[in-house]
Design a protein around this ligand. Sequence first.
Ligand SMILES: Cc1ncc(COP(=O)(O)O)c(C=O)c1O
Ligand SMILES: N[C@@H](CCOP(=O)(O)O)C(=O)O
Length: 495
Amino acid sequence: MASSQISLSSSFLLHKLPSPSLHRHRHRYGQAIACTATPSITSQPPLPTTNFSAKYVPFTSISTPTTESYSLNDVVYRSRDGGLLDVQHDMSALKQFDGHYWRTLFDSRVGTTKWPYGSGVWSKKEWVLPQIHDDDIVSAFEGNSNLFWAERFGKKFVKMNDLWVKHCGISHTGSFKDLGMTVLVSQVNKLRKRTTIPIIGVGCASTGDTSAALSAYCAAANIPSIVFLPANKISMAQLVQPIANNAFVLSIDTDFDGCMKLIRQVTTELPIYLANSLNSLRIEGQKTAAIEILQQFDWEVPDWVIVPGGNLGNIYAFYKGFKMCHELGLVDRIPRLVCAQARNANPLFQYYSSGWKEFEPVKAKTTFASAIQIGDPVSIDRAVCALKESNGIVEEASEEELMDAMAMADSTGMFVCPHTGVALSALIKLRGKGVIGATERAVVVSTAHGLKFSQAKIDYHSMGIEGMECSYGNSPVTVKDDFGAVMDELQKFLS
Ligand SMILES: Cc1ncc(COP(=O)(O)O)c(C=O)c1O
Ligand SMILES: N[C@@H](CCOP(=O)(O)O)C(=O)O
């Protein structure tokens, strides 16, 4: 058994759970929701009675079949040989229903208040965590985020008409991490409530967004959360989130990669459940953003999806979501994926540029895209798989390019984070090279809310960043309290 595994009982039996056909009323987030696991609305297809299931398998089993597998009720993050794990669904059970069935089922749940299907994640429950009981789910009705037609940005800056931004950051804690965290914390909630597995808390290393999501979902479920943050390397808005949500916060004098090493060691010694995306449960929630994009396009497949990458779980999550939709007959192909990295933290870009010869972690340098300042991504193998299987591309953006792209987007009415700037910058480059065509449909994934990174925007618009022109900077004009002076400034502006 790998040292990172805590040997715990996997004998938790689902038949101990209350019958899923129970009709009942329950309270969530102060709202009384009439909930039934057997929906009565006629527009919704009957729920399948088949027993769907999922288990952990070594990630390598995608290409090399193996008998090694673990129950999702086990506390295990790595395979016997120390590799990554993946959640494998019983695809033959899911395939008993055709693509039309799944599309109709998922569409019927959009906008519902019925627990837990009002969540963009749990509206796909059968594909996410099929064996969890609704009562154990910890959700803030995350997901269902805006797929924004970036009409003005598209026309003005990249000569495209069919450009979209998936605003995953307009969410409960302001980033896409909510999608994965609802799944992970729900599973922990179930294990703590219904088994004797000792989990005293849930922990993560973070560049700011994972910790915000973890602490919020744990607080909602009354589960202790422990977060390791690289000191002085995350934004104030991100730092205050776990503090406000009552997490135990360790600010450590290292970078994210150092924090990640520490939390991996700590979670092998103490019964603290690991919440980083090394834990493949997170991917199951995050993959629903891909399914949601297809759904929002009425199940038409975009040509390109561009995702900023750091620890590299999300690029694989998008691939997995698209792949499942293809395999289960909801769509007939998958989009090409682009992973965009900051030049100051670009180990994947370097690996890709070398023709996938040899992966070398890097020492990540300071970047305005601070949440992706990661030099040794845990999901490197997952990212390579996603890119190879989707005929994907890796791009990078300099500090000036990513900040300009962020400012360009904001000038057209968005308010995006620097990581979205990295992805937009990749789009600009790929359009410039003619790789992405003018009439193709592209989706840029926006990963966090711009308000979390207001200091970066202040720095840019103050035009005081050393070595950066800040070409799209927009400083306020200082004027004295005088009608004539105000009129003079307005005349200058209007002319
Ligand atoms: C805002 C933001 N964007 C992008 C990423 C990259 O996601 P991933 O680590 O899954 O590659 C992260 C976290 O790493 C993030 O917090
Ligand atoms: N950007 C992340 C970095 C950790 O990524 P994870 O997906 O492995 O948790 C963060 O916000 O902490």
